[in-house]
Write a protein that binds this ligand. Structure first.
Ligand SMILES: [Zn+2]
Length: 587
């Protein structure tokens, strides 16, 4: 068909309009000119951007909640206006905010509501802490504590049974308030006389199977309950929890969220991937996000039964709700238990329990149903798998689902923990595009018993094998599983790059990550894993201004000095919302 002059003209107009548009588009994302100064400028730092185009810089300029420029001090200088807040960093280390890859946000806060006895160095200190809590508690209210560990005490308590305290002292300081104090390992609790009375425990009470109640020489219970015997006390405690009013429960949940938020910000965690929330939890997060009251950005895996999911997935899927603070697009499932309690599902029996290969917690048919729901509603399936059998079953299942839905690409499904993997399965992560969502500090915490459970060969070949996964080109992200471990990215970074256990011995050090890989696992890789690579994880123009300022340089500080590195400042969406007590000099 011959072109008319009109058509040519139209085409030319289109071109010139297009060219104009290209120029305009080119110009648009540079709002911070001399005429449009930045709201906030950080300068004079060592800025590690995680952006391959510009890995290092000195300064960052922020307007609103976004980064508008990253560069040298001279490059950023024109963007400083009379209203710009300028922070001089004196050489401090700046990086993208940490993204916790797998934690439990509400549980983190709830743990904080309990009496923290982790640092107690004597039984007397524990009793004194409880006495103080009694003063602040209404009569009859349960006092819950956690984290005590007799191995941390300077002397053995007197009197004691098997080295554990006898709770008379606790009963004396708290005659009317039931007290339950959970051991640091979670495998034991202490209950005072009032708690035992409410639980109906007497000298005659027999422990349930798999549990133990300690007694003194007169046959009286000493208040120490091991393993399943803790259930006797927990039942009484849960009865009390159920009696609380809806208002009371709501207020407590809000308090837990506030405490969890404080804990995140103090540790430089600006985004948190939550490994399992209920629909009711999401309703609460949603309300807070609407009001602008969620300070940490949450990415949620829904943890509900398949029927509840089927009825709610479509309605609850949300991306970046509340100005980028709430995303719901994951489904949490759990195929096995933990290695410490012989619950991890293994291909061959435990070395130290030859009668067992562990536990399959959720039937594969149900997992399969959850996978179909995830496909149907465009959610990411995130499955807890610890043992090599568990990991293989999940990989098999995901592979089959992917094969049956070839039109669905780039699903970014995840295996949570991926702790112990058969060497044959390691390359399958990259091949299938399944993400290994690992927690480096589990390796250094579990290290002392891993070889006992798995034997030398299995432990060496595939336990906490992030080096092998990375070499096989898998995406590995990092986190703490808080409150199982403390939410401390720097401690986790230390585990990632040194694999040093508490006694200073490295657990299969050949599996360590490089420092760059460890940083990536906590930033850019974690963002990608959540389909958020355009929003966060690197410091570049257009990204959310989520950053942390650290007192030490994670790329150069001697490895043994990592634990001394502190978070000095946490910035979310361009706002400084945490500053360490030793404040940076401001201009
Ligand atoms: Zn978890």
């Amino acid at each position: 068909m011959a072109r008319s002059a009109n058509q040519v003209l139209r085409r030319d107009q289109t071109w010139s309009r297009l060219a104009g548009l290209i120029v305009a588009v080119f110009m648009l994302p540079r709002p911070a000119t001399a005429a449009e100064p930045a709201d906030l400028v950080l300068r004079g730092g060592k800025v590690v951007t995680m952006d391959p185009d510009r890995p290092l810089a000195e300064a960052v300029a922020v307007a609103g909640d976004r980064i508008v420029a990253v560069g040298t001090a001279a490059e950023i200088a024109p963007q400083i206006g009379p209203q710009t807040k300028v922070l001089d960093l004196a050489g401090k280390f700046v990086m993208p905010g940490f993204i916790e890859g797998h934690g439990h946000f509400l549980s983190l806060g709830e743990q904080k509501l309990k009496l923290d006895l982790t640092d107690a160095t004597s039984w007397e200190e524990v009793v004194a802490a409880v006495a103080k809590a009694v003063e602040k508690s209404p009569r009859g209210r349960w006092i819950e504590g956690r984290g005590w560990h007799q191995a941390k005490w300077k002397k053995v308590p007197e009197p004691n049974v098997e080295g554990y305290p006898v709770v008379d002292a606790l009963s004396l300081v708290s005659p009317d308030n039931p007290v339950v104090l959970t051991h640091g390992t979670g495998h034991m609790c202490l209950a005072n006389a009032k708690a035992m009375e409410l639980a109906g425990v007497t000298a005659a009470t027999k422990p349930p199977a798999g549990g133990e109640i300690l007694h003194d020489s007169k046959g009286q219970p000493t208040g120490v309950f091991r393993e399943s015997a803790m259930g006797l006390i927990h039942r009484a405690l849960n009865r009390a929890h159920r009696e609380r009013s809806a208002d009371e429960v709501h207020m407590e949940r809000l308090k837990a969220i506030r405490l969890a938020t404080e804990e995140c910000l103090k540790h430089g965690v600006t985004s948190f991937q939550d490994a399992g929330s209920s629909i009711a939890d999401v309703d609460l997060f949603n309300t807070l996000a609407d009001r602008g009251e969620l300070k940490v950005r949450l990415w949620i895996m829904l943890n509900e039964g398949n029927d509840a999911l089927a009825g709610n997935l479509a309605r609850y899927r949300m991306i970046g709700h509340g100005n980028g603070h709430l995303t719901v697009r994951g489904i949490k499932r759990m195929i096995d238990g933990a290695l410490g309690t012989h619950g991890a599902w293994l291909l061959a029996p435990y070395d130290d329990l030859p009668s067992s290969t562990g536990l399959n917690l959720q039937p594969l048919a149900e997992l399969r149903k959850a996978a179909e729901l995830a496909i149907q509603h465009d959610y990411q399936l995130c499955v807890h798998a610890i043992g090599d059998r568990a990991n293989r079953e999940v990989l098999d299942l995901m592979e089959e689902v992917f094969r049956q839905h070839p039109q669905k690409q780039d699903l970014r499904w995840r295996i949570e923990h991926a702790q112990h993997i058969h060497p044959d399965d390691i390359p399958r992560f990259a091949r299938l595009g399944v993400i290994a969502s690992m927690q480096a500090n589990h390796a250094t915490s579990d290290g002392p018993f891993v070889v006992r459970r798995l034997g030398q060969r299995r432990a060496a070949e595939g336990a906490y094998a992030w080096r092998r996964l990375l070499d096989a080109k898998a995406v590995v992200i990092n986190g703490t599983d808080v409150p199982v471990e403390r939410i401390d990215p720097i401690a986790c970074f230390y585990s990632s790059v040194t694999r040093k256990m508490a006694d200073g011995v490295a657990f299969f050090p050949e599996q360590a990550m490089t420092r760059e890989e460890a940083l990536r696992s906590y930033t850019a890789a974690a963002a990608w894993t959540a389909f958020e690579e355009r929003e966060k994880g690197t410091l570049a123009r257009g990204k959310l201004a989520d950053l942390v300022v650290l007192s030490g340089d994670l790329l150069t500080v001697p490895a043994d000095e990592f634990p001394k590195v502190r978070v000095e400042m946490t910035i979310v969406g361009g706002r400084v919302i945490y500053e360490a007590p030793v404040a940076l000099r401001k201009q």
